[in-house]
Design a protein around this ligand. Structure first.
Ligand code: PMP
Ligand code: GLU
Length: 394
């Protein structure tokens, strides 16, 4: 009966990160000893002070629908956070709280894109961008990068990708999956191009802003001429290990925020009340409260880079943020490993799952067919064991 489903859903691909995580779970249930490095999710528990805030919210009976765009005091905390961390002034009418940054992104696509509008996606890009854009009838325009440019696009590449149909540029910094961080100068370069194209909007996905090992996160909205046309997306999933609590938010021009609120009002009615209350506490806390997680990710980044660097055929950049490595493994293409022909990154990821019992994600899903993504949001023992197993089978 699947042909009775809408064309919309039939043409959508399944999230590769979630699919790989489901497959790993299934194999584990069958008794296989799988190490899951596919899903981008901190392995820390939510810090106690945030849990306490949620418990208090339950006792205080935060059980009704919240305002569609989020509680006023949460939006105030977000506004303060934008000022404190990003030097950005967003008033309360410019902020919308949603059920995860993923929903924030979907809201923006549905509110901003008309059929045939082009959205520039520097590749590799986060797995869901392309399908979210397509769902809104936009056209993803991938701009490939490679390990030689640390997986970042240049101003000249951006200029060359722009057409009269270009509506938006979407990117994440720190980047999922490459871990690359755009510097102030690099963003200035992109902004300079965009200043000549006043009708192009920017979605700046800053969900990994705190997981940045070189420090000095830069928001493109703060660069001259960019504020009015940038939608700054953020959330608490990564920095506060709150993935399952599903809170994300945007700061944007008031008319964009208003449209997202209208859209959300017909979709979800707004985000979970208890999680919103807890998010106030999370965002009001000094960053020092979560520094231990950032430090751990930094240590693990160094550990996994060192270990993978010993494997012949793994070509690595040095990720400066997020919690992924994105090795180029194209040197294995055309080779046969233990009877399995490796033609592409998907074959390679599947091979690692079946022969090494290690779950990773194919770079194909992120718009780069030469790489695989490995999440190092896992314990040091798991990282050591996973790389040992990978080394043994390649
Ligand atoms: N953007 C990026 C770059 C991500 O890696 C993720 C991963 N979850 C999201 C957005 C969505 O985050 P969430 O919906 O959990 O807030
Ligand atoms: N963003 C995470 C990842 O890239 C979580 C999975 C998802 O939301 O798709 O793995």
């Amino acid at each position: 009966m699947s042909n009775h489903l809408s064309e919309r859903i039939n043409s959508m691909s399944t999230s590769a990160t979630l699919a790989m995580a489901a497959k790993a779970r299934e194999l584990r249930n069958q008794g296989k000893d799988i190490i899951g490095l596919s899903l981008g999710e901190p392995d820390f528990n939510i810090p106690d002070f945030i849990k306490e805030a949620a418990k208090i919210a339950i006792d205080e009976n935060y059980s009704s629908y919240s305002p569609v765009d989020g509680y006023v005091d949460l939006k105030q905390a977000i506004s303060n956070k934008f000022k404190r961390d990003n030097n950005l002034e967003y008033g309360l009418n410019q902020i919308v709280v949603s059920t995860g940054a993923k929903q924030s992104l979907a809201n923006v696509a549905m509110c901003m894109l008309n059929k045939g509008d082009e959205v520039i996606l520097p590749a590799p890009y986060w797995v869901s961008y392309s399908d979210i854009v397509k769902l809104a009838e936009g056209i993803p325009v991938e701009v490939p990068t490679s390990i030689e440019t640390d997986f970042k696009i240049t101003a000249a590449q951006l200029e060359a990708a722009i057409t009269p149909k270009t509506k938006m540029l979407w990117f994440s910094s720190p980047c999922n999956p490459s871990g690359s961080v755009y510097s102030q100068e690099e963003l200035e370069g992109l902004a300079e191009v965009l200043r000549n194209h006043p009708n192009i909007y920017v979605v700046s996905d800053e969900i990994y802003e705190h997981i940045n090992f070189r420090g000095g996160h830069v928001s493109i909205a703060g660069i001259e001429g960019m504020y009015d046309r940038t939608i700054t997306v953020n959330g608490v999933s990564k920095a506060f290990a709150m993935t399952g609590w599903r809170i994300g938010y945007i700061g944007a021009a008031d008319w964009i925020a208003k449209a997202c609120t209208k859209f959300q009002g017909q979709n979800t009615s707004g985000a979970n009340a208890i999680a919103q209350r807890a998010t106030i506490t999370a965002l009001e806390a000094p960053v020092s409260k979560i520094q231990f997680m950032i430090d751990k990710f930094h240590e693990r980044r160094d550990l996994i880079l060192g270990l993978l660097g010993e494997i012949e055929g793994f070509n690595l950049n040095v990720p400066e943020g997020a919690f992924y490595v994105f090795p180029d493994i194209s040197s294995f293409f055309g080779k046969t490993l233990n009877g399995t022909k490796i033609e592409n990154a998907s074959d390679f990821a599947l091979y690692l799952l079946e022969h090494a019992n290690v779950a990773t994600v194919t770079g194909q899903a992120f718009g780069n067919p030469n790489c695989i993504r490995i999440s190092y949001a896992a314990s040091e023992d798991e990282i050591r064991e996973a790389v040992k197993r990978i080394k043994a089978v390649v």
